[in-house]
Design a protein around this ligand. Structure first.
Ligand SMILES: CSCCC(=O)C(=O)COP(=O)(O)O
Ligand SMILES: [Zn+2]
Length: 213
């Protein structure tokens, strides 16, 4: 019998899923220098999340811990990700969000710098827009927001809440920092993350090509 307020078997399964998926994302170079963080909902009040500062390309079960939706560690002395609030705010706000992924790929970081002044990256006319839940045609546009960076997580979380008050979205960039993407489960969050990464790469390539023409 366990007196922990979450299901230990579910934690083990979610931790395995995070480890396998993040290893693949890290092998693509999307988690340099211990950056990035990852979480998965356990139940209505808890999430599994990466321990702060760990090498995300070499995660083991001890690198995954549990927090409540106030971001406090549960049953662990480890320090959760410094960006835990950006995960828990989504779990608190949307009961159907089951997974949040944050990466620091080169495309994400360069695009965040390039489009910070505009405040968003417009992604329009791409077949891959259908990767986002609810989109059924390429004849649409999605504005991926770019937020100013801050070391003060409540400031960042307030900016995210203000955007979410206006419209549904599946991700955002933080200037000079990286990308957050989420979904109902790991598969959906990863599909959204990969679609953003691919489309940001296309937008950057288009700009590079237009300077050499
Ligand atoms: C060296 S990366 C700086 C912090 C960061 O942006 C990040 O994604 C990782 O922080 P964590 O506390 O989750 O390891
Ligand atoms: Zn980060």
């Amino acid at each position: 019998m366990s007196d922990l307020p979450y299901d230990r078997q579910r934690l083990a399964a979610r931790a395995d899923e995070i480890i396998v998926n993040v290893r693949e994302l890290a092998s693509l170079g999307w988690t340099p220098a211990t950056s990035s963080n990852f979480s998965s909902r356990l139940d209505e009040g808890h999430a599994a999340i990466t321990v702060s500062g760990r090498d995300k390309g070499r995660l083991v079960p001890d690198d995954i811990m549990v927090v409540n939706l106030d971001g406090k560690a549960v049953g662990s002395d480890h320090r959760p990700s410094a960006e835990t609030l950006l995960h828990t705010q989504l779990y608190r706000r949307f009961p159907d969000v089951g997974c949040v992924l944050h990466t620091h790929s080169r495309n994400q970081t360069v695009a965040s710098r390039l489009f910070a002044g505009v405040g968003h990256v417009r992604l329009a006319g791409y077949e891959l827009l259908k990767a986002f839940r609810g989109n059924e045609t390429h004849e649409t546009a999605l504005d991926l927001p770019v937020l100013p960076n801050s070391q003060h997580m409540p400031t960042l979380a307030a900016q995210v809440d203000a955007l979410l008050d206006r419209r549904p979205m599946w991700g955002y960039l933080i200037d000079g920092h990286g990308l957050y993407a989420w979904g109902r489960d790991m598969a959906e969050a990863r599909r959204h993350l990969e679609a953003f990464e691919f489309l940001l790469g296309c937008e950057l390539d288009l700009r590079r090509l237009s300077t050499v023409r």
